[in-house]
Design a protein around this ligand. Structure first.
Ligand SMILES: O=C(O)c1ccc[n+]([C@@H]2O[C@H](COP(=O)([O-])O)[C@@H](O)[C@H]2O)c1
Ligand SMILES: Cc1cc2nc[nH]c2cc1C
Length: 354
């Protein structure tokens, strides 16, 4: 059942947003001098429905799963690493664990289908659908019921009380699946959107492009002639992955619940695109944390008309780039709340020659 995907997206409080803009105009600085930090404060005001927003309740959810297409030699790592990393997330040893702790964010790990699951599930949510997807060069990556389960698993991880949601992912081979989705949805050539992922060599890159092209050729008849949600769901099912569908479900559910989403890198942004194709108004609840080094992310961000906050050459995933961007957002909100106005500080405002 995917009917829930069409439930209405939450409204933004334009009055609070406009009032926040007015406040930015009277803080002790030349108007506009805090650049995009001003727009961040205004966006959070609209999302939270208050002129001076705060950010203390942050959910980071990492969805992990494996990909049948990894058998085609498209990653520098073995699929067993996905399960091993799940254990590392639970033990607190992964990058996102360090960043989540520093930012005081709640971190949850969800196994949607690693091929080599961890020995125990302490600290991990077991929502396994299958031991990885099918190899999309041979058959659709997911059955209809599996896609529905993955979307629903994402939806279930969204709490309406959170002030911000970050969706992270881990899955060996998922840059291949993400590139195939992006090419399937936008018509981009594989060469434009396929990158080196975890660091494959040039031979691997050529193989990966051929694998994406073969998957698209095989499955295009499943979505040819479709558009909007039907096309997005067909592309996601045929060449996607459990964790990408989980992210997509979470991003739609968050926008329905009025929880803004801070996007991470290439894979999360592909899920953001899927969410927008399914429910276009979702885009109003999306913010982009960083531009990944993965080839194809810049093109995708342009397609989404999204301006990432950071560009640090990262390509880790896990939600790590988004978690880093939390620092910028926290500072933007602190400035908005804490600076004095011209009137309060007795500073003469400008305008004489403006
Ligand atoms: O977030 C990104 O932009 C990103 C870019 C490249 C790789 N990754 C991570 O690396 C894994 C996928 O890489 P690969 O080479 O196995 O397709 C997966 O676990 C992702 O979280 C993530
Ligand atoms: C070690 C490792 C950690 C990761 N985190 C996200 N993707 C990853 C891929 C690998 C290989």
């Amino acid at each position: 059942m995917t009917d829930w995907l069409q439930q209405p997206i939450a409204a933004i409080d334009d009055e609070a947003r406009v009032a926040a803009r007015a406040r930015q105009g009277v803080l002790t600085k030349p108007p506009g001098s805090l650049g995009r930090l001003e727009q961040l404060a205004e966006a959070f005001a609209g999302w939270q429905g208050r002129v001076v927003p705060a950010l203390s309740d942050i959910d980071i959810v990492v969805f992990a799963a494996d990909h049948g297409v990894a058998a085609r030699g498209v990653s520098a790592f073995d699929p067993a690493v996905t399960g091993q990393m799940i254990a590392n997330f639970a033990a607190g040893g992964a990058a996102i664990c360090v960043l989540a702790q520093r930012r005081d964010a709640r971190l949850s790990i969800v196994d949607l289908g690693a091929v080599a699951p961890p020995a125990n599930y302490a600290g991990v949510i077991d929502a396994r659908i299958a031991a990885g997807t099918a190899d999309f060069t041979e058959s659709p990556a997911m059955q209809v019921g599996e896609l529905e389960q993955a979307l629903q698993a994402g939806r279930e991880r969204v709490s309406s009380s959170a002030q911000l949601f970050i969706g992270g992912e881990m899955g060996i081979g998922n840059t291949t699946a993400a590139a195939a989705i992006l090419a399937g949805l936008t018509g981009a050539a594989p060469a434009e959107v396929v990158g080196r992922g975890t660091g494959i060599d040039s031979g691997g890159l050529a193989r990966k492009q051929a694998v994406v092209a073969a998957g698209l050729d095989r499955h295009r008849p499943s979505w040819d002639g479709l558009d909007g949600p039907a096309k997005a769901l067909a592309v996601l099912r045929c060449v996607g992955g459990f964790e990408i569908a989980g992210l997509t479900g979470a991003f739609v559910a968050a926008a329905q619940a009025g929880v803004p989403v801070l996007m991470d890198g290439f894979i999360a942004s592909v899920a953001a695109l899927c969410a927008r194709e399914i429910a276009p108004d979702c885009g109003r609840w999306q913010l982009f944390g960083h531009c990944s080094a993965e080839a194809g992310h810049r093109y995708l961000l342009e397609t989404l008309d999204a301006k990432p906050l950071l560009d640090l050459g990262m390509r880790l995933g896990e939600g790590s780039g988004a978690a880093l961007a939390l620092g910028v957002i926290g500072d933007a909100l602190a400035l908005h709340a804490g600076m004095a106005t011209f009137a309060e500080a007795g500073v003469t405002s400008g305008g004489a020659n403006a």
